[in-house]
Design a protein around this ligand. Sequence first.
Ligand SMILES: [Zn+2]
Length: 215
Amino acid sequence: MRLKYAITVGDPKSAQIVAYQSRSTGDSHLSREDIVTSLGVTQHRARAGLALIYAKYTKDTYAAATALRELQLYATTIAKKYLPSNSGSGVYVAISNLAILALDEYCRTADTPGAKCRCGGKGEIRDMKASRMKGVPVQKQCPRCHGTGLKPLTRTRCHHAILLVHPISQATFSRYWNPFYDDLLAWCDRQESIAEASYNGYANLNPYVMETDSQ
Ligand SMILES: [Zn+2]
């Protein structure tokens, strides 16, 4: 079972628990207790990643606050690597603003208002040419969202968020701040993977928490 589904089982607030459990009976040996236990272990080993996953998939505001603190901490530790040392006033607020935007972007799902791509969030569209040639409906990856199902975001909003507190040119933004922002997004994905690996590792080691959904 993927961690992002497990959390909907482990989260007592989630309305999806009932729906999930009714779907998964007979298909999974995981009891709710097993899942909660392995989530506890993951919480201990991959705190930031788990907070990120909760924030993204359950829209939990407490988890989002935890994730933001961790991301802002990371952002300040790597800022020197990307940003000119004589950055001047407002730079710390700008870093903090950028972390907020990166978390927002990471947390976008097809359910997020206004985030759905024109393909309807499926990430694929009908390939008209191939469909005509084969005489059956053929799907292809949506060229707008490249399969994510989400409307792509431009970086203009990042530049604007920095401008509020720290005047920089478009060139400075592109050269220094844009790669910094990429790093923040990559960190979120990395933490998610670490949490997934921790959760799955625990599930594989513990004979009472069996991974059966993928079989
Ligand atoms: Zn699309």
